[in-house]
Structures are given as structure tokens and as C-alpha cells.
Design a binder for this molecule. Structure first.
Ligand code: SF4
Length: 248
């Protein structure tokens, strides 16, 4: 039997600051656990005793719920927020950590949550087997390509390609975090992968931010974009925007 209670880290309401749905207000449900350990990771992923929940959507203050959290508690909370702020929220963002680490849980949760709002999955794109049975319950997928120059570990190209082939059937975008030390060849390899597996998906180059700034030469970013766009003509450059606005 699938679990119905999940290890959550936080539930809050904010503006999506990255990717295809940038600018839309979402209810974020952050799940614990991750299968990777990227060197730039700033998200605590270990399961905790409690999950923090905004007292009201967008309040920035929190109360705690004991983990694991039941689907009934979660769906009641989401329904309450939608009633309080009618029309404000575009979708629910399932994020992490790596949400697909709790894939059996999501098999129970996603159909119910999707009855409240469309579902957006944010994933590192390395667990295609976990994603396959969930694909029909997801409206948009934001998949990362984990470039070795940034994560400090080899890029899982094969897993990314298998994942992206499945995600291509949904609304899908691919994001690659880039830095001043990202080789052109690496970005070109990412563009080749997207062009092959999901030719309609945008590839978003996301420059790393440091203290609210992008510490990279604009000319270098343009060079990365030009080279990638020769291979895959849907390349965009978008930094994380929520930190500029002081949002969660
Ligand atoms: S995949 Fe995401 S959550 Fe996991 S270690 Fe990398 S940056 Fe952190």
C-alpha cells in the first residue's frame, strides 16, 4: 500500500522566481530528501520533526505541523488558502529536495491536489522510473540539468535524457545553472540533449546569483546563449528573481 503521509519541509505561498512559470503565484509544497548533493545547494533536505507552514498565505510567519503530514491535512490547508485568496494562485509547485524521492506518496497526493489547482513539478530530472507513473498527474515540469562545472559531480546525462523524453509530453522547461566557469562545450551538450529529447522545451540558462547579484560578465552569458541557440533555438537567460524581491 502507498504511504499517504509525507515528509515535508515547508508550505508557503509566493511568486515563482524561475523558469517557465516565472511570475505566477503558487502554493509551494517542499518535500524532504534528495538523491544528489550539489555543491551549490542552499536547501536543507533532511527530514525534520516538523514542517513549517505559513500562518496565512504570503504572511512570512509560520506555525509548525508535525511530520509526517497527511494528505487530508494538506488538502484542507490548500483548499482554505484558495478560499481566502480567490484567483490569486496559479498552481501548486511540488518542490524539494527532490520530490520524486517520495514518488509513491505522490501517486496518492497528486490526483487530489490537482483537483484543487494545476500541478507544477520541480525536479532534478534524474529519477525517470519514479516520474513515469506520475506524468499524467502533472501539468508542468521544470527539470534541471545538473552541469558538472556547477555541482562538482559528473552530470547524469543518461538519466536526464530518459527523464526529459517522458517530461516532453507535459508542459516542460529545462533549467541549467551556469557560472563564470561553465565551459561552452558543457552548455552545448545540454542544448543537444534538449533538442534531441524535447525539441519544444525551452532551455533556460540560469546564472548563479551571489548576494542578490549575478557575478558574471554579461558578454559571457550572451556567448553561452549564442552557442547553445545554434543547437537548440529556444534558449533563454533568466536569473532567479524571487531573491531580488525579498520573496521566499
Ligand atoms: S538536486 Fe536540488 S535539492 Fe538536491 S542537492 Fe542538488 S540543488 Fe540541492
Amino acid at each position: 500500500m502507498s504511504p499517504t503521509n509525507g515528509q515535508l519541509l515547508e508550505i508557503f505561498s509566493s511568486i515563482q522566481g524561475e523558469g517557465l512559470l516565472i511570475g505566477w503565484r503558487q502554493i509551494f509544497i517542499r518535500l524532504a530528501r534528495c538523491n544528489l548533493s550539489c555543491s551549490f545547494c542552499d536547501t536543507p533536505v533532511q527530514p525534520t520533526e516538523n514542517c513549517r507552514v505559513e500562518t496565512t498565505p504570503g504572511a512570512g510567519s509560520f506555525f509548525v505541523l508535525a511530520n509526517p503530514v497527511s494528505l487530508e491535512v494538506l488538502s484542507t490547508l490548500v483548499a482554505d488558502w484558495l478560499e481566502r485568496l480567490p484567483g490569486s494562485h496559479h498552481s501548486i509547485s511540488i518542490t524539494g529536495g527532490e520530490p520524486l524521492m517520495q514518488d509513491r506518496l505522490l501517486q496518492e497526493w497528486l490526483p487530489v491536489l490537482r483537483g484543487l489547482l494545476p500541478v507544477h513539478l520541480e525536479t532534478n530530472g534524474t529519477l525517470p522510473e519514479a516520474f513515469a507513473p506520475l506524468a499524467a498527474h502533472v501539468d508542468w515540469v521544470s527539470m534541471d540539468i545538473k552541469l558538472a562545472s556547477q555541482t562538482g559531480v559528473p552530470t547524469p546525462w543518461l538519466e536526464h535524457e530518459r527523464f526529459l523524453s517522458l517530461a516532453a509530453e507535459r508542459g516542460c522547461c529545462v533549467k541549467a545553472v551556469v557560472g563564470a566557469d561553465t565551459p561552452l562545450e558543457e552548455v552545448c551538450q545540454a542544448a543537444e540533449l534538449v533538442q534531441r529529447a524535447a525539441p519544444c522545451a525551452p532551455l533556460i540558462l540560469q546564472p548563479r546569483t551571489l548576494d542578490g547579484r549575478v557575478p558574471m560578465a554579461a558578454a559571457f552569458l550572451l556567448r553561452l546563449q549564442e552557442q547553445a541557440a545554434r543547437i537548440h533555438p529556444r534558449v533563454r537567460v533568466i536569473p532567479q528573481t524571487h531573491s531580488f524581491m525579498g520573496l521566499l
